[in-house]
Design a protein around this ligand. Structure first.
Ligand code: FAD
Length: 487
């Protein structure tokens, strides 16, 4: 799809000249996502500065049948935020104000284009913090976090982000604006419609602002790095640390030796504080003061050692040591990308089945002679494993499907999910039916038709083609060309 001169002129009138970018060079930064696997040639990039402008853009695009992909910080890992050829990118980057901190209600009203790091900075001296944290915090935006229902490293402390959303301002596909930015903690007045947009991956509307319930900022954090005695004690160890530091646990992450071996190659300067182990557990605790945090970290480490669950432990005794320790864990997603092309799987199983899942996949990859190197790390408390495969020189395209079958088969056999936190996007769109019944998918498609009657928003993402009437399906309806796949 190419835009006519008149269409570009109208978009420039609506957004202002500097609000519209065209041409390969100007659009290049918006054309690809963090993974580099999804790249498109957008027809234009529009950068509205306020909600009214977003509404005008969408009303125009809807009337013309022009496909639009809302875009945040492009850190998504399932190909949902990168454009397909000919789509219009709607970037929220100019809408980044922290509109209001309501300290009494413990909530912030913030525009969708603010990065997580920027909101944290604005909250720094307030005693509050955002109820989500992830390694992409410097680029990931509030709109992207909500649209993907992001999880992250402190899910065990904060719970689901969607549950923290108190209100939303969202522009539907045809330009209608829904706005309720109430900061009230309790507001039981009908459908919780704001939550519908969490995990909608840009298919239902463009989030322009949100009222988010905050969490109290702890004065001190300490961390323990545990070298587990055996892989099969993971579930027991996760349970024990949470009981030993009851109410103080902020994160429980695991790192498999495959991940540390990859890190040693890609970033040899980053080393775990303990030696080799069959499995590593990283636990952060928070408390009202440093002695209480240190005592909790020491107690959980001592109990893990005393019960034979861990063979070794290191405690990060200062804020600086805690940051150093997290650097090792947080470097993993980027570090493995330095070693080759990566196929990323974000799956979850009951925590007691996590290690045998990793072992089964590693063994099957070797047995089938697939030119891939599995690497595993993730959010242990939720059984969420990033089971990535670094692809070797002998990798052939046909192996993609073999590996998918192998991983998803092993996950489903354990009662797990094919997406724990990254979403569906384009990467797993054809697999949605593994997790959702036909009735659920039909219900989602019906919601899509209500929110985006012309089907212009994020075509080819999340919902399988078979669920949508042709007029709502990318490439068969108004948009003229199919959404691209991984390049
Ligand atoms: C190093 C690294 C670590 C990560 N760690 C985690 C992790 O621990 N947990 C986790 O869950 N994810 C993680 N991610 C994935 C990613 O950071 C999250 O998915 C994040 O929420 C995406 O935000 P974004 O602003 O970059 O969105 P984008 O990538 O730009 O977009 C993602 C999706 O949201 C939609 N979208 C964006 N903004 C809006 C809006 N305003 N309105 C409607 N739809 C919108 C897009 O259309 C797309 O479907 C990680 C990524 C990286 C690179």
């Amino acid at each position: 799809m190419t835009l006519t001169g008149q269409e570009l002129e109208t978009l420039a009138e609506v957004c202002g000249r500097d609000g519209v970018l065209v041409g390969a060079e100007a659009c290049a930064p918006y054309a690809r996502d963090w993974t580099g696997a999804f790249v498109g040639r957008p027809a234009a990039v529009v950068r509205p500065a306020d909600t009214r402008t977003v509404a005008a853009v969408l009303a125009f695009c809807s009337a013309r049948g022009l496909a639009v992909v809302p875009q945040g910080g492009r850190t998504g890992l399932v190909g949902a935020g990168a454009p397909a050829d000919g789509e219009i990118v709607l970037s929220l980057e100019r809408m980044r104000a922290v509109r209001r901190l309501d300290s009494e209600a413990g909530a912030v009203v913030v525009e969708a284009g603010a990065t997580l790091a920027a909101v944290e900075e604005a909250l720094a001296d307030s005693g509050w913090r955002m109820p989500v944290d992830l390694a992409s915090r410097g680029s990931a935006q509030v709109g992207g976090l909500l649209a993907t229902a992001a999880g992250g490293m402190r899910h065990v402390r904060d719970g689901a982000l969607a549950a923290r959303v108190r209100g939303l301002e969202v522009v539907l596909g045809d330009g209608r604006v829904l706005s309720n930015l109430s900061t009230l903690e309790k507001n039981n007045t009908g459908y919780a419609w704001a939550q519908l947009f969490c995990g909608s991956e840009g298919t239902l509307g463009v989030i322009t602002a949100a009222a988010i319930g905050l969490a109290r900022r702890a004065a001190a954090a300490r961390a323990a790095w545990l070298a587990l005695a055996r892989p099969d004690v993971l579930a027991e160890a996760v349970d024990l640390v949470q009981r030993a530091a009851l109410g103080l646990v902020a994160a429980v992450e695991f790192v498999h030796p495959t991940a540390l071996a990859a890190l040693a190659e890609a970033r040899p300067e980053l080393r775990p504080p303990v030696g080799d182990a069959p499995l590593h557990l990283v636990v952060e605790v928070e408390a009202a003061d440093a002695p209480a945090a240190a005592a909790a970290a020491e107690r959980l480490a001592e109990e893990a050692l005393a019960r034979g669950l861990a063979d070794d432990a290191a405690i990060a005794q200062s804020g600086r040591e805690v940051r150093d320790l997290w650097q090792v864990r947080e470097a993993l997603p980027e570090a493995i990308g330095r070693l080759g092309r990566v196929r990323r799987y974000d799956v979850a199983v009951p925590v007691g089945r996590l290690v045998d899942l990793v072992e089964e996949v590693c063994a099957a990859v070797a047995a089938r002679g697939l030119a891939a190197r599995p690497v595993a790390f993730g959010h242990a408390a939720e059984g969420n494993v990033h089971l990535n495969a670094i692809l070797g020189a002998g990798w052939e395209e046909a192996m993609d499907g073999v590996l998918d079958e192998l991983v998803y088969g092993a996950v489903l056999a354990r009662g797990g999910t094919i997406s724990a936190e990254h979403g569906i996007g384009r990467l797993k769109r054809d697999r949605l039916a593994l997790m959702r019944t036909p009735e659920e998918i039909a219900f989602m498609a019906a919601l899509k038709a209500v929110c985006d009657p012309a089907g212009i928003l994020s075509p080819g993402r999340l919902l399988p083609a078979s669920a949508l009437p042709p007029r709502l399906e990318a490439g068969e309806g108004a948009h003229g060309r199919p959404a691209g796949g991984p390049s």
